[in-house]
Design a protein around this ligand. Structure first.
Ligand code: 1HE
Length: 268
């Protein structure tokens, strides 16, 4: 196999994950539909290994769930015997794996349908773009289970939907519909049943066609700038924008546009 067509055979994946590629897009499927894609330790370790080992020619990842649900969250059957220090290690395991999604090599598009709850919502929140099918619903049932989010949800979700909404979800067990999730900015695309993967793939292909340095800047620099004080943010923005524009890839793309070869912006 040529280096430009590496597959994922060198990455140790559990049976609960299936990886495939379509050109330069990697598709990672949660494959535990009989347990509603509940995330057991093997699956979370597999997610970590997958994003760590992504071949260099992959331009974007599509994250999807098999069956009728994206994910029912933490596998509750593994939780019952953990003590405090094991609980901390377990949460850190999730943090490491999901960090590799959010601050990994390439952008990730998550396609959400059915249950997107608890740790499943935390997983979705670590992706860069979220597409919902109309069947998707969102909840944080941790409150009723006597536990707390542990997969980065308390960091990522308030940034997406606000602290007040997350507090409400955790205290009252409130469920939001796909339409509500779209209105509150949890997802940025809402499509009909069965159309999520096609939409996600279309978006992933568009993302993969960007200059890699721009994608890096959007993934790694933009969230840090948004968290900075404005003065540091402006300085960081000037630095990363000048680095990106000095890249030969940017020069080629700008020349293409000016010489009428590059694409025009299309009306939405
Ligand atoms: C599970 C899990 C799970 C299903 N862990 N096994 N997450 C939750 O609290 C959500 C719990 N799950 C549910 O509320 C429901 O399963 C669903 C609404 C998602 C789907 O309902 P349904 O009727 O389609 O399926 P089901 O019959 O409830 O479940 C089918 C099987 O999946 C069944 O196992 P079976 O052996 O009896 O067939 C369920 O036990 C199993 N299953 N969800 C383990 N979550 C890092 S901290 C994160 C903290 C959290 O994520 S807390 C939220 C946990």
């Amino acid at each position: 196999m040529s280096e430009s067509q590496q597959d994922f055979s060198s990455i140790a994946l559990p049976t609960s994950l299936i990886a495939e590629r379509q050109g330069d897009i990697a598709i990672l499927r949660l494959n535990r539909a009989h347990k509603r894609n509940a995330l057991d330790d093997d699956t979370v370790i597999g997610i970590d290994a997958f994003f760590d080992g992504l071949p260099g020619d992959i331009g974007a990842v599509l994250l999807v769930g098999e069956g009728d649900n994206f994910s029912a969250g933490l596998d509750l059957s593994e939780l019952k015997e953990r003590d405090v220090s094991e609980g901390i290690q377990h949460s850190r395991l999730w943090h490491r794996a999901f960090e590799k999604i959010q601050f990994g090599k390439v952008p990730v598009v998550a396609v959400l349908h059915g249950a997107v709850v608890g740790g499943g919502l935390e997983l979705a929140a670590s992706a860069h773009v979220r597409v919902a099918e109309r069947s998707a619903y969102y909840a944080l049932p941790e409150g009723s289970r006597g536990i707390f989010v542990g997969g980065g949800g308390s960091v990522r979700l308030p940034r997406l939907i606000g602290v007040a909404r997350m507090v409400d979800m955790m205290l009252t067990g409130r469920t939001y519909s796909a339409e509500e999730g779209q209105a509150m900015g949890l997802t940025t695309y809402l499509v009909e049943a069965g159309k999520g993967v096609a939409k996600g793939l279309e978006l992933a292909q568009r993302i993969a066609s960007n200059a890699p340095l721009t994608n890096f800047a959007v993934m790694h620099t933009l969230p840090r700038i948004a968290e900075s004080d404005p003065a540091a943010g402006y300085a960081m923005e000037s630095l990363i924008s000048s680095i990106a524009q000095a890249d030969p890839e940017a020069k080629t793309r700008l020349r293409d546009f000016l010489e009428k070869r590059g694409p025009k912006v299309k009306q939405g």
